[in-house]
Design a protein around this ligand. Structure first.
Ligand code: ZN
Length: 257
């Protein structure tokens, strides 16, 4: 019963965080500040949005995806990010339960979501957000002592080096933002789960790229943003990475067990 309430709370909280991250991503791209007096506005009519316009899931659905004041369509992307945020909150709460690891899992998940939104919206992965990802990962690892911190540093180096190697060999296709993202993610995951996350990220990215090419949604020359796939790899690594490495005969490291 308690774990059910915990999961439900995290779904709702995740939706609200998703809604907030949408704003952070938009304002970063427009070089506006996230905090302060600036209230959320309709991007079409500029009407300031009230509390009832900002409830995750419910506002969008009850208004049928339209602005209450001018009736213009609101991008379904907002609802999608809220749903992904809610799903991530629920999944991590289910996977880790009421346990210290859930804190790192949730922080890492939401920062991965933020980096994916900016990558999809603008093609940029911002240094600041990947830095926060790495620093929060290492700060959490301090709770476990020096070995987990070293493991995080090793993960960061592994993640960065693999992408850096690809950038150098392929001369394009991937950017340094992707390398920074993997450095930050690696610091949160430690080296074993970083390896799992890279593998799963490239597998998912490759499979989806093939589907998009076959369905002619993208052309061979189009650049597909890689950040969301690396992020998906990281999420999967946190959910079932420890099981995978146990199957390989390796022991999962703190805090991912
Ligand atoms: Zn409007």
């Amino acid at each position: 019963m308690i774990s059910f309430i915990f999961i439900l709370l995290n779904i709702i909280l995740g939706g609200a965080i998703g809604s907030f991250l949408n704003v952070v991503a938009l304002r970063t791209a427009d070089e506006e500040s996230w905090w302060g007096k600036e209230r959320s506005k309709c991007t079409k009519c500029g009407h300031i949005l009230g509390f009832s316009d900002l409830i995750p899931f419910i506002s969008y659905i009850s208004l049928k995806g339209k602005c209450r004041y001018c009736g213009s369509r609101i991008s379904p992307r907002y609802l999608m990010v809220e749903c992904i945020g809610g799903a991530m909150g629920g999944i991590m709460a289910w996977r880790w339960g009421i346990h210290p690891s859930v804190v790192l899992a949730l922080i890492t998940s939401y920062l991965l979501l933020l980096n994916s939104i900016t990558d999809l919206n603008t093609g940029y992965i911002y240094d600041l957000f990947t830095l926060i990802l790495g620093v929060s990962g290492l700060a959490f690892r301090l709770l476990g002592g020096i070995t987990p911190v070293l493991d995080g540093l090793l993960g960061g180096i592994l993640g960065f080096s693999v992408i850096a190697l690809i950038i150098v060999i392929s001369r394009g296709g991937m950017g340094w933002g992707d390398a920074n993202l993997m450095a930050g993610l690696g610091a949160a995951l430690g080296w074993k789960l970083t390896a799992v996350s890279l593998y799963l990220g490239f597998m998912t990215g490759g499979m989806i790229a093939v589907v998009l090419l076959v369905l002619k949604i993208v052309k061979r020359k189009d650049a597909i943003p890689l950040g969301p796939f690396l992020a998906a790899g990281g999420i999967m690594a946190m959910v079932f990475g420890s099981h995978l490495i146990s199957c390989l005969g390796l022991t999962p490291d703190w805090p991912w067990y």
